[in-house]
Design a protein around this ligand. Structure first.
Ligand SMILES: [Zn+2]
Length: 169
């Protein structure tokens, strides 16, 4: 998760909402990604989508069945869907996203019984750091009046009170 946070910080510096992700296999990071929505002007360029594509390309397989994904913000509906489609068995996220999180906050796609794959999901790992980064970003953006609306919704959606207990990756 420390490495995912590094990606999030890089996104921050580049003017992107600071969300970062890594995919781990056999204890090694095989792909890193960050939110690239502004740079690519692509609404789908979330950190999870970026890192899933990179890992699949690297492995030469769309099935990421022996990998784990670490991401600094609870995946949205699109990303949770991609996680299921990639057959990722395990997802760890940092900050919860009560506004659009789809791993338990708003929806719970990984736990949907009607789907054919159910990744194990845990949240809260380094949540305070990840949440603070998002809050800092959106506060700065509001001051510059760059993203007034996403700032209001996402900022209030981050729960920085969550415990940050476990170890880093
Ligand atoms: Zn997403």
């Amino acid at each position: 998760m420390r490495q995912a946070l590094r990606q999030a910080r890089r996104a921050f510096v580049l003017g992107e909402a600071p969300v970062g992700a890594v995919i781990v296999r056999d204890g090694k990071i095989i792909a890193r990604g960050r939110n690239e929505r502004e740079a690519k002007q692509d609404p789908c360029a979330h950190a999870e989508i970026v890192v899933i594509r990179r890992a699949a390309r690297k492995l030469g397989s769309w099935r990421l069945t022996d990998c784990a994904l670490y991401v600094t913000l609870e995946p949205c509906a699109m990303c949770a869907g991609a996680i299921v489609l990639a057959r990722l068995p395990r997802v760890v996220y940092a900050a919860a996203d009560p506004k659009s999180g789809a791993c338990g906050s708003v929806l719970n796609i990984p736990a949907e019984k009607k789907l054919n794959h159910h990744p194990a999901v845990s949240g809260g790992l380094l949540a305070a750091e990840a949440g603070q980064l998002l809050q800092d970003f959106f506060r700065a953006a509001r001051e510059k009046k760059v993203y007034p609306r996403p700032a209001a919704s996402l900022n209030s959606g981050v729960n920085s009170e969550q415990a940050s207990t476990a170890q880093s990756v």
